[in-house]
Design a protein around this ligand. Structure first.
Ligand code: PMP
Length: 404
């Protein structure tokens, strides 16, 4: 098992106070805190290896390049991709999805259909709507039941002659539902349709094997997995990445440039225009090492324990409504108490030192599905303790009573 007190010592922020109360950070699904080893990797890049990558012959440029390429290999291994050519560095999940939507949009025709689910984050809805400015494509939406499970029969019924793409989240950032992505990818492939998985909420908690899943694309963000802000990953099957047009043009993504004709660099560089965040990428490598040192299974088991305790505790509060009640949920619990506004609850919880997310969680269609404006969400990371969860439950009870 994990030594949580030892882990916490690696996060100076967890020792600070908010409103003179010890901070209890329950917003890891929005962004995780960063352990010392990752911050040290950033320092080390700035202090010792700061030079532009893939360009110079000079030593420090080569060192920076090697660190970026080492991280690419670590990411490949982390998600078990076949080749580093299939690992593209982006700014985050959002940019990874925009890249696919933008490039794929060129290959779509009026009347084509894309399947999404009602539980998608806005970053897996709006990029597809942007295509609608160029092409008359239709978005088809998989519904859920009240527990927060996707209706797989309805999903399969959505496939038709015009279905061209499926994009769905691995784990819902609101409901915590872990979707049966393997089964859904298999169904899509039986219809000859490629699939993108938004893994923003899965990569920090679950072992990912893109080859076993068979997904065509997989997107995730570094800042949710103990890594630095500003870096993300897009995995894409080589065949698709070779077929797709570049997303952005600029330095480093070219073979040869003339005003008459420009050729593009081989994978993965074709999709990495301009100077990448090489400092952040190197630090993502440190975050992956950190996660692997702790062990994803240990992290998941610890978070599961926190989630169970939070769910049981919260359910004892009168008027409690928890959204998302599937077995084996991810480490988030979203709720409302009576008719209290989520924002009011969040402000009062903050006064007691508890950092939670409130509002629509960038999932307004899902809020509409449950007929609410917003929810309060507590989400857990490897550094949270059972004691914090118990204190949180009592704080929610107190805030609900205060609000009457
Ligand atoms: N998808 C999901 C499921 C998310 O939870 C998030 C982050 N809240 C995103 C996409 C977007 O991630 P980012 O802001 O890091 O691009």
């Amino acid at each position: 098992m994990l030594d949580v007190e030892k882990i916490r010592a690696e996060y100076p922020i967890l020792g600070r106070t908010v409103e003179d109360k010890p901070l209890v950070y329950l917003d890891t699904a929005a962004t995780s805190q960063t352990p010392r080893c990752v911050v040290e990797a950033i320092d080390e890049m700035y202090y010792c290896h700061k030079a532009n990558v893939h360009r110079g012959v000079h030593t420090i440029s080569q060192e920076a390049t090697d660190l970026v390429e080492l991280t690419r290999e670590k990411v490949r291994d982390f998600i078990h991709a076949a080749s580093t050519e299939e690992i593209i560095f982006t700014r985050g999940t959002t940019e990874s999805i925009n890249l696919v939507a933008s490039s794929l949009g060129d290959m779509l025709y009026n009347g084509d259909e894309i399947i999404l689910t009602v539980m998608e984050h806005h970053s897996n809805i709006v990029p597809w709507q942007l295509i609608q400015r160029r092409k008359r494509i239709k978005l088809c939406v998989v519904p859920i039941n009240d527990q927060g499970e996707l209706n797989l029969e309805a999903y399969e019924d959505l496939f038709g002659d015009n279905t061209r793409f499926v994009a769905l989240c691995h784990v819902s950032n609101v409901l915590g539902t872990v979707n049966p992505v393997k089964e859904m990818i298999d169904i899509a492939h039986r219809h000859g349709v490629p699939v993108l998985i938004d893994g923003a909420q899965a990569a920090p908690h679950n072992a990912i094997d893109v080859q076993e899943l068979g997904c065509d694309f997989y997107a995730f963000s570094s800042h949710k997995m103990y890594g630095p802000v500003g870096v993300g990953v897009l995995y894409g099957k080589r065949h698709w990445l070779n077929t797709m047009a570049p997303y952005q043009g600029g330095g480093e993504m070219i073979g040869q440039v003339s005003f008459e004709r420009t050729t593009f660099a081989p994978l993965p560089f074709k999709f990495e225009a301009g100077t990448p965040d090489y400092v952040g990428i190197a630090a993502l490598g440190a975050a992956i090492d950190y996660i692997q040192r702790l062990g994803l299974e240990n992290i998941a088991a610890h978070e599961h324990q926190l989630l169970e305790a939070a769910t049981t505790g919260l359910m004892s509060i009168e008027g409690m409504r928890i959204f998302g009640n599937t077995p084996d949920k991810g480490a988030v619990v979203s709720f409302l108490v009576g008719n209290h506004n989520s924002y009011d609850m969040g402000v009062l919880l903050d006064k007691l030192g508890f950092a939670v997310r409130t509002g629509h969680h960038c999932a307004q269609p899902l809020m509409a599905r449950y007929n609410v404006d917003g929810m309060v969400r507590a989400s857990f990371g490897v550094y949270n303790t059972l004691d914090e969860v118990h204190r949180f439950v009592e704080a929610v009870r107190r805030v609900a009573a205060l609000l009457g």
